[in-house]
Design a protein around this ligand. Structure first.
Ligand SMILES: [Zn+2]
Length: 110
């Protein structure tokens, strides 16, 4: 009876260890495949990115998405450089596009 309990315990420990190593192996494999730039694992990569919440247009290796992103950031920079004059959200001091930080309270604006 004691022997059977020990065997059960050992088996459970071995099973847990096996699961842990299997999980590690699976994660390693997924990371390896998701960093592979070939189209072979495109579907898997998209699935993994869906699981881990990385939007497809943000990942590296997609030239079109990167172009779009740089266009977007360029447009945002241009918009940020347009003249504006509005009260600081923290202290109410009037700030303009000339101020990277609020001259009154130092709050970062851009
Ligand atoms: Zn301020």
């Amino acid at each position: 009876m004691i022997m059977s309990i020990n065997w059960y315990s050992a088996g459970a420990t071995a099973f847990v260890l096996f699961l842990a190593f299997a999980l590690l192996g699976a994660m390693f494999l997924i990371v390896k495949l998701s960093t592979d730039d070939s189209d072979k694992f495109k579907d898997l990569k998209e699935m993994v990115e869906t699981i881990f919440g990385t939007p497809a247009h943000l990942r590296s290796g997609n030239a079109n998405a990167q172009e779009d992103a740089s266009k977007d950031s360029a447009a945002q920079s241009a918009a940020a450089l347009e003249a504006f004059s509005e009260p600081c959200p923290a202290c109410g001091e009037t700030v303009t596009e000339q101020h990277r930080d609020c001259p009154s309270c130092g709050l970062r604006l851009l």
